[in-house]
Design a protein around this ligand. Structure first.
Ligand SMILES: [Zn+2]
Length: 99
């Protein structure tokens, strides 16, 4: 029996396709040939390897003083910035005499 691969679009004998069993325990042949599947896995593993290297702890990047404010920011005039001052209301209560 000849089957066509979905990725490379080549007609190959059924032996070239990987087998899998479905929920009813019937043998099903995958739509991707073994060569294409191996190639996909190879790419995934290469990607994982790169991610593993990138995810390693970098002391320079994770240092506490890694991100510093620009010195020009101190002299910057912030137009439209709203600053709110708290209003303190001095009031007498009964508890003040005990405290
Ligand atoms: Zn293929």
């Amino acid at each position: 029996m000849i089957k066509t691969c979905k990725i490379c679009n080549e007609s190959k004998p059924l032996i070239m396709f990987a087998k899998a069993r479905n929920a009813y325990d019937k043998v099903k042949y995958l739509t991707v040939c073994k060569a294409c599947k191996a190639h996909q896995i190879k790419l995934i593993r290469q990607k994982q390897k790169v991610e593993k290297i990138n995810s390693q702890y970098d002391p320079e990047e994770h240092a506490k003083d890694a991100f510093k404010d620009d010195p020009r920011a101190l002299q910057e005039v912030e137009y439209g910035r709203v600053t709110r001052n708290t209003t303190n209301l001095f009031s007498r209560s009964i508890l003040d005499e005990f405290g």
